[in-house]
Design a protein around this ligand. Structure first.
Ligand code: GSF
Length: 213
């Protein structure tokens, strides 16, 4: 696991919050690839955040390469991490299976985007919240979960028998829902996703990155 902050000899750095599902995806990929880095915890909503210095969009995760160049967003970072280290490939080389994994990732990230939007909307004063907007975003969460469950079917992992980036992305989405929306009951609605998440949580990379905050 990464050492936190003040690690003097770490070359690569990850700027992340400990609640972001996108940052968790990067942390899990780095752990699965045995990539060492320094974790810099930064909450992009705080006034003293340093994130905009590295990412003009002001979002985490941001990965700082050895030469100081910053990479974002999470999909770019995980593809980079997978390509620079030969251990434990998480993205297939061939075009068709590769793009199917990226499709899973797009679906899982989309669920996270919609869920995070609802979480933020619900933090606004009740009078300023827009119920139609919340309903629209929750529709994406439910449709996304449904699509994941149908596509997973009875397989052990998203694309079949082998663990890859698709499982990491889906696991981060499920973990985020469990963290921010414990009332959602996605486990009851989709027992196969529930089993998948439990299977993924046996991995140290998942166990050590459960959202906290
Ligand atoms: C999404 C990152 C993101 O929304 C990615 O890296 O994959 N497509 C991007 N990060 C949120 C935190 S979270 O909801 O995970 C963020 O940093 N928001 C700050 C802001 O100003 O929007």
């Amino acid at each position: 696991m990464p050492r936190k902050n003040n690690t003097l000899n770490a070359k690569m750095k990850l700027i992340a919050s400990l609640t972001s599902p996108f940052a968790r995806k990067v942390r899990i990929v780095a752990a699965e690839k045995f990539t060492e880095y320094e974790l810099i915890v930064d909450i992009p909503w705080n006034e003293d955040t340093q994130v905009p210095k590295y990412n003009p969009l002001g979002k985490v995760p941001v990965w700082i390469m050895e030469d100081g160049k910053a990479l974002y967003d999470s999909r770019v970072i995980v593809e980079y991490l997978d390509s620079v280290s030969p251990v434990n490939h998480l993205l297939p080389k061939d075009a068709r299976p590769r793009i199917m994994v990226k499709r899973w990732e797009a679906l899982a990230d989309g669920v996270c985007d919609a869920a995070a939007t609802v979480f933020l909307e619900k933090k606004r004063p009740a009078a300023q919240q827009n119920p139609d907007w919340i309903q629209r975003q929750m529709g994406k969460v439910f449709a996304g979960l449904n699509a994941m469950s149908v596509d997973l079917g009875h397989q052990n992992y998203c694309t079949g028998e082998f663990f890859n980036l698709a499982d990491i992305a889906v696991g981060c989405a499920l973990g985020y829902l469990e963290f921010r929306f414990p009332e959602l009951e996605w486990r009851r609605a989709h027992p196969n996703l529930s089993e998948l998440y439990d299977r993924l949580m046996l991995r140290p990379s998942f166990k050590e990155t459960v959202p906290v905050g």
